[in-house]
Design a binder for this molecule. Structure first.
Ligand code: MN
Ligand code: MN
Length: 467
């Protein structure tokens, strides 16, 4: 039998004083199966909602199945009541009323449901050398070269002259056709290879192929375009003029898939930030009679600066909170000052292949849990909310009381770039706010990667926050 060696003094001191975030798979292997089971409906949610409108519908289906009612500002609510409010079909707020009065503050969890994509221009359809094309203007921060030769699906709505709204979805059902942007063959790419990567495919080269057979009539000037439009007209009853009354988004046609031999990861389009939207929604639904009233926000337009009346830089959240205060005869200013908000958004996971843009001690890693991000921004935290030590302490406390695996991280090394979230718009309302979310590899690409253990622990963090 081997004699057990006593730990040295230095080893003991190391254990007491130093800190390293553990790998969940090593520390809590029982969570691997729990996380896998939790993520099955997450993958379905991603496939159901590839646009902000579809994502609102997927969320409403789950809320209604859980007994949520449409919010009525004039109604009186009691603890445990569950309501939701939809803003212009593109943003959503859900609430579970708490035991404590709202003047003591509410618990806000805000994620966004818009993702980078190729939006069609107002006049998108044209023909060139017997090929029909659709012209996009990209939405949000994309690396344009990543969007060539990727199968694309068409999602959107058209409001016809008579007011009728037509829904378009091509490329998702088995057997559906898809669309794509072409790229050069390597044999002829010598000149293109000289370009900087950011210009590998330029904005006006993101031309989406939509047809190649002409309408059989020699007197027609653009017969390939005409046939494409005829096919759209047969299916959706629309004409070229209807594109001016439309919102059509071209998104990757690929469905969410398990990644890796161990199925430990999920690869999918739009995980920034539907991964936080889904986990926030599930935590909202699974919260019964909380101490503090919950306010789960799924917002639009984050990827272009939270603009517009469905983005968080609009007053729709503030107005909703005013209704909550009014409903209990409270002053909304007290509600705001007493509230706390998780700005739930993804962060860049440390990528060993491109390690030089990260600072290893202050990066988040796959499989170490949800990431608490004190500040975002760029060039000296500019544009960041920069949460206070007190807010960090409160959120860390909530997670640790409930055994949530969490880690801390910043968005890349200093001066490598940066980014922002909805945090500053909520903090602007005089609400304590901090960013928390899921580490992502290949963020903003057509196929983003998350770890199931991180997704699961983000859900557990949101549950702890509402508890
Ligand atoms: Mn995001
Ligand atoms: Mn983003």
């Amino acid at each position: 039998m081997e004699e057990k060696k006593e730990k040295s003094e230095g080893k003991l001191l190391e254990e007491t004083l130093l800190w390293k975030f553990p790998h969940i798979g090593k520390d809590a292997p029982e969570q691997i199966d729990e996380a896998g089971a939790f993520c099955e409906d997450y993958k379905a949610f991603l496939d159901e909602g590839k646009t902000e409108r579809e994502c609102v519908e997927a969320a409403v289906r789950r809320l209604e199945a859980a007994g949520y009612q449409v919010f009525d500002p004039a109604a009186a609510y009691t603890p445990g009541d569950k309501v939701y409010y939809v803003n212009r079909k593109k943003a959503l707020i859900a609430t579970t009323f708490g035991i404590r009065p709202v003047k003591e503050g509410v618990r806000i969890n805000g994620a966004h449901i818009d993702s980078p994509r190729l939006d069609l221009k107002p006049s998108p359809l044209y023909e060139k050398n017997d090929i029909a094309y659709l012209k996009p203007h990209y939405y949000g921060g994309i690396r344009k070269y990543q969007w060539g030769t990727v199968p694309l699906a068409m999602h959107g709505v058209v409001v016809k002259k008579n007011g009728e709204m037509v829904r378009i979805c091509i490329g998702e059902k088995p057997g559906d056709p898809v669309f794509c942007v072409s790229d050069l063959l390597p044999h002829l790419a010598a000149k293109q290879n000289e370009r900087k990567l950011g210009e590998g495919i330029k904005g006006e080269e993101l031309n989406i192929i939509a047809g190649s057979i002409p309408y059989a009539d020699d007197s027609v000037k653009e017969p390939v375009k005409l046939l494409a439009l005829k096919l759209l007209n047969e299916q959706y009853g629309i004409t070229e003029k209807d594109f001016f009354r439309a919102e059509i988004e071209m998104v990757p046609a690929q469905k969410a898939a398990d990644v890796g031999l161990d199925r430990s990861m999920i690869g999918a389009y739009g995980q920034d930030d539907r991964v936080c939207a889904y986990t926030a929604l599930m935590a909202e639904i699974d919260t019964k009679e909380p101490a503090y009233t919950t306010v789960t926000v799924l917002a639009d337009k984050e990827e272009i600066g939270s603009e517009g009346n469905t983005g968080m830089n609009s007053d729709f959240l503030k107005h909703y909170l005013e209704y909550l205060a009014q409903g209990q005869g409270a002053d909304v200013k007290e509600l705001l000052a007493g509230s706390i908000c998780l700005s739930s958004d993804v962060n860049a996971a440390y990528d060993p292949t491109f390690s030089d843009v990260f600072e290893a001690n202050n990066s988040c890693y796959l499989n170490k849990g949800c990431v608490l991000t004190k500040y975002t921004g760029a060039r000296g935290k500019s544009g960041s909310n920069d949460a206070s030590a007190e807010t960090m302490a409160r959120v860390i406390g909530m997670m640790e009381e409930n055994g949530v695996y969490w880690q801390a991280g910043e968005l890349g090394a200093v001066d490598q770039g940066g980014g922002g979230t909805i945090a500053k718009y909520v903090a602007h309302l005089n609400i304590d706010t901090v960013d928390l979310g899921v580490p992502i590899l290949s963020m903003h690409s057509p196929f983003e990667l998350s770890s199931k253990l991180d997704v699961y622990n983000t859900y557990r963090a949101f549950l702890a926050f509402f508890r």
